[in-house]
Design a protein around this ligand. Structure first.
Ligand code: HEM
Length: 428
């Protein structure tokens, strides 16, 4: 590796994970000075930073680059096969469990289901009332902590409602979120390179138990919609089950699909909501641009939030054969991590990369919904509808929105799903 590309160790730089739970931008710029592809000696992966090279990966995805069944396998507590079943919620025909061709067909079905007019209508019928209801709880106070009291409550509720889960039951929803958090916690074990400490094994056990409980929690709602005659996502999945999963599907595939959707859609949208609110709180000028620019400015603000603070910072791929990326030789089986957030701020692509700019030429040209294509986020239509409506409601209901200077300031946090919090705010 040493003679093929710059290495972090040689440059005296810490491994990628040192940039977790903090703003990583200065670190990314140090990496960029080394090159567009850099070897992380500690993690044993290639870090890819540039817009152009992530576009190359996009073009070659599925041919040269694979996602790898075991990509998050922590190496302890379960065999790789057990891990795969666990990670896919024991639904053998669900999206992430099936081989490539079936995956791509299912992915197309998801994309269609979560985009288009029906989903946009949810903005007014579902998202707006939920956001309004949440604001009613604190509006009269003139102050609130908008992450905990707003974003963290609205996004999961909307996803639960769209699925047809009991979104009005606060305790039920809290429990569902907590179980999903225990599962997500396991995905970072692989990144950390931990192997077999008592706390890793305890986390694996807790994660395993959480998934089994999630399956049973969702089961009654799935069973009662078998007829598939509703408009909620559970009913839609039942209606399409024969085509989507094949003739030998069972309720386990539907349960897994609902859990995958909730897992993919709740924490990510919650975090992106908070990052957008952080931008609004910090800059009254941006609020003014959106107010005067109407729906198109609002839609562009959503894309800038995603570009600047996409919630999922890492895109992992494994080389399916020997190849070359940015002049660096990558061998079959080696892993790369696409740093989407660094590529989103690549100055060669995005002028004034660190600023909110509602006039960008191609506002959606970012990697915050993953590497575009058959592995990108299939819930992006619903996510965009949610974010647009939520920011619209906030600007309408909370005039004079600003940070509370006397309270703890926001900090950029967490590792695999990033966000700004706390968001102590004042408003009229
Ligand atoms: C702002 C909100 C969201 C962001 C930033 C986001 C981001 C992402 C990213 C980056 C990926 C690719 C992960 C990878 O390649 O490893 C992904 C995948 C996925 N997302 Fe989202 N997502 C969001 C909302 C949603 C919603 C609302 C849903 C469902 C209702 C959803 C469902 C999924 C699923 C099922 C996958 C896996 C796709 C596959 O394996 O082919 N996401 N998301």
């Amino acid at each position: 590796m040493a003679d093929r590309a710059p290495r972090l160790l040689d440059a005296g730089l810490a491994s990628l994970r040192s940039a977790d739970d903090a703003e990583p931008w200065a670190y990314y710029e140090q990496l960029r000075e080394l090159g567009d592809v850099v070897w992380d000696d500690v993690m044993g992966v290639w870090l890819v930073l540039s817009y152009d090279l992530l576009k190359q990966v996009t073009r070659e995805d599925g041919e040269v680059w694979g996602k790898g069944r075991e990509r998050h396998y922590p190496g302890v507590g379960m065999t790789p096969d057990e891990w795969h079943e666990w990670a896919t919620f024991y639904g053998p025909h669900s999206l992430q469990a099936v081989p490539r061709e079936e995956h791509d067909a299912q992915h197309r079905w998801w994309m269609k289901t979560f985009s288009g007019r029906q989903v946009r209508l949810l903005g007014d019928t579902l998202v707006r009332p939920i956001a309004d209801m949440q604001i009613d709880r604190f509006a009269a106070r003139g102050r609130a902590e908008l992450h905990g009291e707003f974003s963290a409550r609205v996004a999961p509720r909307v996803v639960a409602a769209a699925m047809g889960l009991p979104w009005e039951d606060d305790d039920w929803l809290e429990h569902l979120l907590e179980l999903h958090e225990r599962r997500i916690a396991l995905f970072s074990l692989n990144f950390d390179g931990n192997r077999g400490s008592a706390s890793d094994l305890a986390a694996v056990e807790a994660g395993r138990a959480a998934v089994l409980e999630l399956i049973e929690l969702v089961r009654p709602y799935v069973e009662e919609r078998r007829a598939g005659d509703g408009e909620d996502f559970i009913s839609l999945v039942w209606r399409a089950a024969e085509d989507v999963f094949g003739p030998d599907h069972t309720a386990e595939d539907v349960i897994a699909t609902i859990n995958v959707a909730f897992s993919g859609g709740s924490h990510t949208t919650r975090s992106t909501t908070s990052s957008g609110l952080y931008l609004l709180l910090g800059d009254p000028e941006v609020q003014g641009w959106i107010r005067s620019g109407g729906p198109s400015a609002l839609a562009r603000f959503v894309e800038e939030t995603l570009r600047l603070f996409g919630a999922i910072p890492y895109q992992m791929r494994t080389a399916l054969r020997d190849t070359e990326l940015g002049g660096v030789e990558i061998r079959c089986g080696e892993r790369i991590i696409g740093l989407g957030q660094a590529a989103n701020r690549d100055p060669r692509r995005h002028p004034r990369p660190f600023s909110v700019d509602l006039g960008r030429r191609a506002p959606r040209d970012h990697f915050s919904f993953g590497i575009p294509g058959v592995s990108s986020c299939p819930g992006q239509g619903l996510a965009r509808t949610q974010l647009t409506t939520i920011f619209d409601v906030v600007l309408e209901r909370l005039p004079g929105l600003r940070l509370d200077p006397d309270r703890e300031p926001p900090r950029y946090r967490e590792s695999l799903i990033r966000l700004w919090k706390p968001l102590h705010a004042l408003f009229e």
